[in-house]
Design a protein around this ligand. Structure first.
Ligand code: KIV
Ligand code: ZN
Length: 380
């Protein structure tokens, strides 16, 4: 099995489905260019039949972005597929992403179809899509809650019909890592023609397990991950691109798999998406949060100042951050204070430093952070 994991970015499709987010065409082009610099393999640019605006943005991204596959989402309907094919026509490389639900819940309540009807509809959709491109991805919506024997049957039939990537979405964020691992492993081991397709993890974060589930899927043999920048998306969001990429990088010893991502572009990409989408990144967000490389307690500051790896498993430069930060609070110690004063160009005798330290602790007790201006006042 190849150790290369394809990164399928759906920030512009599933990410844009975040309540309250609306990206203009110019925003999408800016993010799209940045995703190319980041090194993603596939950009899901939108759902072309959903609105004229979505059609236009998929079409423009298909025209303007080079060196990446542009993908359009469709339902398993002929008209959707024809419209997607038209929007994607100018792309250097194009993919149609079609499919429908596989869980009893979706079959009964949403699709109102029998298993047989849904399977036939899906197979037909793949055949229509293959008329326009050799690169067809099939999604089995709500796989996480579906009956495995039916999932295996669908996978086998849609691969026979020409699907080259099989997306196994945990649409409702219901599964836990061990379960998602066995879902992917079970498909690969039980479907006779599974060697003819790439399996893709598409996880939602309703129980906070999207990243863990996606990584479990990679462990089980999936070789594509569907992610969004900062994990934006419907409800609690999608799997976060930066978390999966850095987990694969830092724990390569366990995963033995890597992506084509330029990790130094992770932070600039995160900031751009946050700015354009209006979705604020929480301070303690893994990899790209403002606190991800910041140390505030005296014990940690002492360790990090002696040797960064005592409390940091990621060199901040790897993700495009300038450096680790020593944040001065009431929990900070002498080492941290001395370090920050030295950064401002100050050095003092031991006696004078003790005086400053005593005053620093008083100020720190009254504020959440002692900043540069406070330090200058303390010294003065
Ligand atoms: O979550 C999901 O099932 C999806 C599909 C449309 C791929 O986003
Ligand atoms: Zn989704």
């Amino acid at each position: 099995m190849s150790d290369r994991v394809l990164v399928f970015d759906t920030t512009l499709r599933d990410g844009e489905q975040s309540p309250g987010v609306r990206l203009s065409l110019a925003d999408k082009l800016e993010i799209g260019q940045q995703l190319v610099s980041l090194g993603v393999d596939i950009i899901e640019a939108g759902f072309p039949i959903s609105s004229p605006g979505d059609f236009e943005s998929v079409n423009q991204l298909a025209k303007q972005l080079k060196g990446v596959t542009i993908c359009g989402l469709t339902r398993a309907r002929q008209k959707d597929i024809e419209v997607a094919a038209e929007a994607l026509a100018p792309a250097e490389r194009r993919r149609i992403h079609t499919g429908l639900g596989v869980s009893e819940n979706h079959l009964q309540h949403k699709l109102r179809m029998t298993r047989e009807e849904a399977l036939a509809t899906g197979v037909q959709a793949v055949k229509w899509a293959r008329q326009f491109t050799d690169d067809v991805e099939y999604f089995m919506e709500d796989s996480g809650r579906a009956d495995l024997s039916y999932v295996y049957k669908v996978v086998e039939e849609v691969i026979k019909a020409g699907a080259t990537t099989i997306n196994v979405p945990d649409t409702t964020g219901f599964t836990y890592p061990n379960e998602y691992y066995h879902l992917i492993k079970g498909i690969i081991e039980n479907v006779p023609n599974s060697d003819k397709a790439v399996f893709s993890c598409h996880c939602h974060n309703d129980l906070g397990m999207a990243t863990a589930n996606t990584l479990a899927g990679v462990m089980a043999g999936a070789r594509q991950v569907e992610v969004t920048v900062n994990g934006i998306g419907e409800r609690a969001g999608n799997t976060s691109l930066e978390e999966v990429v850095m987990a694969l990088y830092i724990r390569n010893d366990k995963f033995g798999a890597s992506t084509g991502i330029d990790t130094t572009q992770l932070l600039p990409t995160s900031r751009m998406v946050s700015r354009l989408s209006g979705m604020v990144v929480q301070r303690n967000k893994a990899i790209v949060g403002a606190n991800a490389y910041a140390h505030s307690s005296g014990i940690h500051q002492d360790g990090v100042l002696k040797e960064r790896s005592t409390y940091e498993i990621i060199d901040p430069k790897l993700v495009g951050a300038e450096k680790s930060e020593i944040i001065l609070t009431s929990k900070s110690g002498r080492h941290g204070l001395k370090h920050r004063l030295a950064e401002l160009g100050y050095s003092f005798s031991d006696e004078r430093f003790e005086e400053i330290y005593a005053n620093f602790i008083k100020v720190a007790d009254s504020k959440s952070e002692v900043n540069e201006d406070d330090l200058r006042v303390l010294v003065a």
